[in-house]
Design a binder for this molecule. Structure first.
Ligand code: SF4
Length: 344
């Protein structure tokens, strides 16, 4: 890393930024595109992992993680410019002017008019992932007085392309470039393998040669004395730091009375089958047998079992001898997607 970190990254590293996915629509055709089937080219909206049906969903998710800012992403948010402008105003209006908002775009639709409207709506930072023909969009953003930079993946063997972009960005007095480690995911794995890329042994997803290419660029910028902030963001930072921190913040606000917060940002709970009963009936029966308020006991989404905190486990085994119990670890999202389950 050389130079100051982009302002938009500071809160992100603390897990304090909400990710607002404005649309899956995009005119780009990047072979390494990581968008899932549930998002790619679909006109859907998500606030973190929450499907958004109305503005309130965005506000509630922001509150759930105590968001200090928002990263607006897609697809290309500029394919739904009116929607994006509305969300910027909504976030600034509800969370205040200090709520830092940055936006990612491939730049194809970043016309002068679009940039002016984004700036006047309150956008704090714009990050381009531009094809060569759209590099000038960064210069346009800078000419309008925006805080603007680039964010690109580190493709093995393509360090020279990034060096060329850095020379251009420095020449137009852009503010930064972030270089991300290339990662495999189900959506791009076939395309990456076709091009001869491999996952690093022992790693979940990082592509071989990506880190080396990024470090070559960072070292080159320093050796050349280029006065321009160049940052490398390894996938381990994104996964292990940003995501875990964001989950922890959510768990702090969203953990239910029967859930315990775990160090990795997930929540844990004991799940019990009540013989002969399910759903709310099972919850009432168990709460009565334990002599606790029904609000201290939960019901699994499919209604098949009830959920209790660790402190009630012994009492549960007493009132339901031979009860089928398991410990479930889940993400603290609205849908509580299961992370792991252990019979006990
Ligand atoms: S610009 Fe982004 S969303 Fe669009 S195809 Fe490329 S990686 Fe995917």
């Amino acid at each position: 890393m050389a130079g100051d970190m982009p302002r938009g990254c500071e809160a992100c590293l603390r897990g304090a930024k909400m990710v607002l996915f404005v649309t899956g629509k995009c005119e780009g055709s990047c072979y390494y595109c990581p968008l899932s089937e549930r998002r790619k080219n679909l006109d859907v909206i998500y606030a973190d992992e929450v499907a958004v049906e109305g503005d309130l969903d965005i506000i509630l998710e922001g509150r759930a993680i105590d968001a200090e800012g928002t990263g607006i992403t897609g697809g290309d948010p500029l394919m739904r410019l009116t929607r994006t402008l509305k969300f910027i105003r909504l976030l600034k209006g509800f969370f205040g002017e200090d709520h830092h908002i940055h936006l990612y775009t491939n730049g194809r639709r970043a016309s002068r008019d679009a940039l002016v409207r984004l700036k006047s709506a309150g956008l704090d930072e714009i990050r381009f992932h531009p094809a060569r023909r759209d590099w000038e969009r960064v210069a346009e953003a800078k000419a309008l007085g925006m805080y603007a930079g680039a964010e690109v993946p580190s493709i093995p063997g393509e360090a020279d392309k990034i060096k060329g972009l850095i020379r251009y960005l420095a020449s137009v007095r852009a503010d930064f470039i972030n270089i991300n480690q290339l990662e495999f995911c189900p959506q791009n794995a076939f395309q990456l393998r076709q091009r001869g890329f491999r996952v690093i042994g022992g790693s979940m997803a990082a592509a071989e040669g990506s880190e080396e290419a990024a470090k070559e660029v960072v070292g080159w910028a320093e050796a050349e004395g280029i006065e321009f902030p160049v940052h490398y963001c390894p996938s381990s930072v994104k996964d292990a730091v940003q995501t875990r921190m964001r989950l922890s913040r959510r768990a702090a606000n969203a953990a239910r009375p029967w859930e315990e917060r775990l160090d990795d940002g997930t929540v844990g709970k004991f799940v019990v089958k009540v013989p002969g009963a399910s759903g709310r009936a099972a919850k009432r029966i168990l709460a009565r047998a334990l002599g606790v308020d029904v609000a201290q006991v939960g019901v699994a989404d499919d209604g098949s079992s009830v959920e209790v905190p660790r402190r009630m486990l012994d009492a549960v085994r007493t009132v339901i001898p031979g009860a089928a119990v398991s410990y479930v670890q889940a993400y603290p999202t609205a849908a509580r997607e299961k992370f792991a389950e252990f019979p006990c």
